[in-house]
Design a protein. Structure first.
Length: 184
């Protein structure tokens, strides 16, 4: 009886082992061009950690793929000087919002808008000879984002993905003043 049980166990183990060898998983990125593009951005960022363009592109890629925690990790691992850029701060705010850290999202969105205000004022003082990347369109976008995340925080939304209706409403209300201004 014991011999039959041992043989059965060994044959079962061999069957499981053979079935595992027969199945070879396909690489996750083999047929996904978006993930391949993201892998190239990750490689570029790894080679150029001080590059604002590389950090922006990688954070944007992660946010587009709805991976705010990866965007947050990438931004936080970048050279601290890249966070002087208002658009990088904007992406950091979006990442905070995506992971449900609304207080941080509001504070960072406010900092992005203040940096853009400052950059636009400084650029005007220099007669536009320095390009800070802030223009009225970027400024309006940053102001709308700040309005939306402030509204979400006031409403007590801690996970925008779990409350898509309230999130969409907050963004719609934030865009409304810009629509009214452009209609004039």
């Amino acid at each position: 009886m014991g011999l039959k049980l041992n043989v059965a166990i060994i044959l079962s183990a061999m069957g499981i082992w053979a079935s595992l060898l027969a199945f070879e998983p396909e690489p996750a990125m083999a047929n996904d061009p978006e993930r391949q593009r993201l892998a190239r951005l990750e490689d570029r960022f790894a080679r150029e950690p001080r590059s604002l363009d590389a950090a922006r592109a990688l954070a944007h890629g992660y946010l587009q793929m709805d991976e705010p925690s990866l965007a947050l990790a990438a931004i936080r691992s970048a050279d601290p000087r890249v966070l002087r850029d208002p658009m990088m701060l904007h992406q950091l705010s979006r990442a905070y919002e995506g992971v449900g850290r609304m207080e941080d999202a509001v504070a960072t969105a406010g900092q992005a808008l203040a940096r853009c205000d400052s950059a636009m004022g400084f650029a005007e003082a220099l007669d536009g000879s320095v390009d800070f990347g802030c223009n009225p369109r970027v400024h309006a976008m940053l102001a709308m984002h700040l309005d939306a995340v402030e509204r979400l925080e006031r409403w007590g939304v801690t996970d925008p993905r779990a409350e898509p209706v309230r999130t969409r409403l907050a963004y719609d209300l934030a865009v409304r003043p810009a629509r009214l201004a452009s209609a004039r």
